[in-house]
Design a protein around this ligand. Structure first.
Ligand code: AMP
Length: 218
């Protein structure tokens, strides 16, 4: 089953976690997270990473041209053409949406809805395993085995994971990111209104496979 999906929602809505849940049902679908791609480029000091850094540090959006070209490269692969994609964190502006329409036909936009105080808690507590990328939350979703203060064993790969916030997961940057999100969401949701499905994302981890299939319309 091939699906072309946009996951849309504020920072902390759980787009990464929900992508993982979708991947269990559609294992061949390609997960494209522009935030992850930027963090990868930043870590490896690539030209894209250098361009993105100053914006990411402030919680501002990276210029459209840079993001659009990065996504174009990813969409242009056989894997995506055959198996579809989950776009996570893209498009974030109308210009990005219009560029995307020229590259591919989107089947569905899933809007993850979450209240602001839950977002704060999720983001300020979130951290990830450096080795396998599994995502955890200090308060709501820690790994099962605790090894010490702010230190656990990764459920997935078994390596040590230490609570360490993402550089842009602090309160000031977060408020800015939420404002930026709200400003851009309106025109985007209008643009995609015919293919939008809203889901309550406060408890997505409790969703069964059937709930997720229903959300994906498969
Ligand atoms: P995220 O992990 O999706 O919250 O993204 C982290 C940061 O990467 C954002 O605050 C932006 O600076 C940048 N970014 C990710 N996706 C986009 C996008 N579609 N357009 C512009 N900037 C983006």
């Amino acid at each position: 089953m091939k699906r072309n999906i946009i996951l849309f929602g504020p920072p902390g809505a759980g787009k990464g976690t929900f992508s993982g849940q979708i991947l269990k049902i559609l294992p061949d679908i390609v997960h494209i997270s522009t935030g992850d791609l930027f963090r990868y480029n930043l870590k490896n000091n690539t030209p894209i990473g250098l361009k993105a850094k100053e914006y990411m540090d402030k919680g501002a959006l990276v210029p459209d041209e840079v993001v659009i070209e990065m996504v174009r490269d990813k969409l242009n692969t056989e894997e995506v053409k055959n198996n579809g994609y989950i776009l996570d964190g893209f498009p974030r502006t109308l210009k990005q949406a219009e560029a995307l329409s020229k590259m591919t036909k989107v089947d569905l936009l899933l809007l993850l809805e979450v209240s602001r105080d839950i977002i704060m808690k999720r983001i300020l507590g979130r951290f990830g395993c450096k080795k396998c990328g599994s995502i955890y939350n200090k308060w709501t979703l820690p790994p099962k085995e605790k090894l010490g203060d702010d230190k656990w064993k990764c459920d997935k790969c078994g390596s040590d994971v230490v609570f360490e916030q993402r550089a842009d997961d602090n309160e000031d940057t977060l408020n800015n990111r939420l404002d930026v999100y709200e400003e851009n969401a309106k025109p985007l949701l209008e643009y995609y209104k015919n293919i939008t499905k809203a889901i309550n994302a406060e408890n997505t981890l409790k969703m069964t496979d059937d709930d997720i299939k229903k959300a994906l319309e498969i």
